[in-house]
Design a protein around this ligand. Structure first.
Ligand code: SF4
Length: 725
């Protein structure tokens, strides 16, 4: 997510500047957190010093619980930390205040100039997984109808696109969790792969706590003994980048111990025979050598998983952010399918989406290859349907474009102007120094943001936009539950919504109609555009979302399933009768383990893995501006094992340099036995000298085009020794 989820303000009747307008029992406005995919319900009400967040216990997902990020989120509404007027770069090279007319004229002129000089595909658009559904939809439409460029993608590509592809090929449909989060409490065993829920979405941890209280067991797979792993009945601690081999090894034991669900395989799946050779080639001792996980732990994991009456595998960024992320997720799905742990209540595979609208953001058209409703851009029928809703000729719609990193890499070469909304790639993209250089090479950059993020600071024009509680819009949480983030405060007077910005730019670029500023009007069009598609929202309305605490897609307007009140029924649980493939069967995918794009060498002898900490969020553009969060997590660090620290002669808090083939970062050492001695960890929330993404590897998964954030080879040294050299 970027320095501010932006969005559509401008509606009347919200809480004004800190004066609450009661709309809930708590005396405020019911809305949702701006940050992660849990999209916790909260109430915003007037406090003595401005808007304040209070618990909203009635929302079923978080049941009132909020983490520190959500609890302090109102601080980002303060005009002290946010942009309050447009900025335009002057002849002296500095950004200076400008009127909206001047700023919008500059953006339109910049985009038109580049298009005239280099062609339509020389203008790029980069969106974000924190944008509301309405904004993601409008941005995709703007790119394809107004700019007519194929060059649009978004930072959600960095989030869970590998799981999305694996979902599609196994089940025919990609929804993060095919069941409500509450089902996690009631299953028998959960294997949690590469997720540190205790830090990334703490209120969700209660579902794992309840699982254990109900007699279930928790297995955590993570190279670090995180606070989540500490709660596990079994912690498997593989080398970074070896989860695929681990999953194959577990499935090998399932076969060897006669634990296959042959009835399920025969009745509801296809492709098992093709999968078997690679599975049988991963015998336990080999898997122990590859992963470092002892054979007895492998056997115990299989026993816990298979002895439970129902069980689940949940993955997150750990297995997904790899150059083999899609195959890694497929290996975990294969484990579920082979044991019959899919397509039935309380069992299955799910992905824990990361960004606030990571799910909805990829369903409605800001992804390089997609049209709204999760339709494919290269499908003639999909093009015809969406073109009819948009009132354009299907042949005028561009084809698929570059993926996020490839788009960033093309800046200044093939793509010369960029409109960026909802992202801060200078901090969040892999190989960030190179990305920063590519952005600097652009002829023209316009950024819509809430704060002056590191990327916005490089722009020719910065457009200050409304954010979460200043606007209304829908997001889709990790369960596939479409929720309504309601406007609770008025934005500062100099700020406009993203939807208003797109409408104003469309007008300047020759499209007077089709870009309304009212988010509900956009949602109504989105419903029509998604009708009949895989992510069908046509039966969902703002009214229903509020009345029902969210509605799960697919929810087809004309569907046979109806609620008690006769409304089109949503789908909390997918695949119970059939999978979404043409023949209704889930697909095994034959996958094989392979090394990461970079393995340790004498020159770069350690693994680097990256991730998040409790008090910061993504690129930190918002959370780094919140006092309490900054006090808790003020800057980057390098977590390393005490044995490695001793070998390097590094003490707690001393600066150390981490160097990869792409650059060098320096940050204080944080010693911990929780990490493997062959691995160091850096959080990626900060710019500057300690920027973790200076180091990360942009090697892409061939199917999802997701970069390998989770593993690369590095050298780790005391700073003094580096400086002397
Ligand atoms: Fe916000 Fe996520 Fe924290 Fe909930 S868990 S309060 S959605 S950051």
């Amino acid at each position: 997510m970027h320095g501010g989820e932006s969005g559509g303000g401008g509606e009347s009747g919200a809480v004004s500047g800190g004066g609450a307008q009661p709309e809930s029992g708590a005396g405020g406005v019911d809305t949702h957190c701006p940050y992660c995919a849990l999209q916790c319900g909260m109430t915003l009400r007037a406090g003595a010093d401005g808007p304040e967040v209070v618990e909203r216990t009635a929302f079923p997902v978080n049941r009132g619980a909020l983490c520190g990020k959500g609890r302090t989120s109102a601080e980002v509404l303060s005009t002290a930390v946010r942009l309050t007027g447009p900025l335009v770069r002057g002849a002296d090279g500095a950004l200076a205040p400008a009127s909206w007319e001047e700023a919008l004229d500059r953006v339109a002129a910049g985009l038109l100039r580049v298009r005239a000089e280099h062609g339509r595909d020389a203008v790029g658009v980069f969106g974000g997984g924190g944008l509301t559904n309405e904004k993601a939809y409008a941005l995709g439409k703007f790119a394809r109808v107004v700019l007519r460029t194929s060059q649009i993608d978004y930072n959600g590509r960095f989030c869970m696109s590998s799981a999305a592809v694996a979902h599609q090929r196994a089940f025919g449909l990609d929804r993060g969790l095919p069941f409500p989060l509450a089902d996690v409490s009631a299953t028998g065993c959960v294997i949690l792969v590469g997720s540190n829920l205790a830090d990334t979405m703490p209120p969700a941890l209660r579902y794992l706590t309840e699982l254990k209280r109900n007699g279930g067991t928790l297995i955590v797979v993570d190279p670090r003994r995180t606070r989540t792993a500490e709660q596990a009945d079994l912690h498997l601690q593989p080398r970074p980048g070896t989860d695929l081999a681990l999953a194959l090894g577990l499935l090998h034991l399932v076969v060897a111990e006669g634990r296959l669900d042959t009835g399920f395989i025969a009745g509801r799946t296809a492709g098992w025979e093709r999968t078997l050779p690679a599975v049988m080639a991963h015998w336990p001792e080999l898997v122990e050598r590859i992963t470092g996980v002892p054979v007895p732990q492998l056997r115990r994991a299989v026993a816990l998983f298979c002895d439970a009456p129902e069980s689940m595998v949940l993955t997150a960024r750990g297995p997904e952010q790899q150059a083999k992320g899609t195959d890694t997720v497929s290996a975990w799905i294969n484990l579920c399918l082979a044991t019959g742990r899919a397509g039935r209540p309380l069992s299955g595979y799910g992905c824990l989406t990361g960004q606030g609208n990571g799910q909805g953001g990829r369903e409605h058209g800001q992804k390089a290859d997609q049209l709204p409703g999760y339709r494919k851009l290269d499908d003639p029928a999909a093009r015809a349907h969406v073109a009819a809703v948009w009132g354009v000729d299907p042949d005028d719609l561009p084809g698929p474009g570059r993926s996020a990193y490839e788009l960033l890499d093309a800046l200044g070469r093939d793509v010369h102007a960029l409109l960026l909304m909802g992202s801060n790639p200078v901090v969040s993209a892999p190989r960030a120094r190179h990305v920063e250089e590519r952005i600097a090479a652009l002829d023209f950059l316009a950024v819509c943001d809430v704060v002056l993020s590191e990327t916005a600071a490089m722009a020719d024009v910065v457009l200050p936009v409304t954010q979460w509680a200043e606007e209304t819009g829908t997001t889709t949480n990790l369960e596939g539950r479409v929720i309504l983030r309601r406007k609770a405060v008025d934005p500062p007077p100099g700020v406009r919504s993203d939807l208003e910005v797109l409408g104003a730019l469309a007008g300047r670029l020759g499209c007077e109609k089709g870009f309304p500023a009212d988010p509900e009007e956009v949602f109504e069009e989105l419903r029509r555009a998604s009708a009949g598609g895989p992510a069908d929202y046509s039966g969902i309305s703002y009214r229903r979302i509020v009345a029902e605490d969210g509605v799960f897609w697919p929810c087809p307007r004309d569907g046979a399933e109806r609620t008690e009140t006769g409304e089109p029924a949503g789908t909390p649980r997918l695949f119970l009768d059939r999978f979404a493939t043409p023949d209704g069967r889930a697909r095994f995918t034959a996958v094989e383990h392979r090394p990461s794009a970079e393995e340790p060498t004498p020159e770069y002898p350690y693994y680097l893995t990256t991730g998040r900490v409790l008090a910061q969020y993504q690129s930190g553009a918002q959370t780094r501006r919140v006092r309490e969060l900054n006090a808790a997590a003020p800057g980057p660090f390098v977590q390393l094992h005490p044995r490695l620290a001793a070998r390097l002669g590094v003490g707690e808090g001393e600066p150390i340099a981490v160097t990869s083939r792409r650059g060098r970062a320096v940050a204080p050492a944080r010693l911990s036995p929780a990490i493997r001695p062959d691995t160091v960890f850096m959080p990626f929330h900060w710019p500057g000298e300690g920027r973790a993404n200076t180091l990360t590897n942009p090697a892409l998964d061939p199917a999802s085009r997701m970069p390998e954030f989770k593993v690369c080879a590095v050298r780790v040294e005391r700073v003094e020794r580096v400086e002397r050299a």
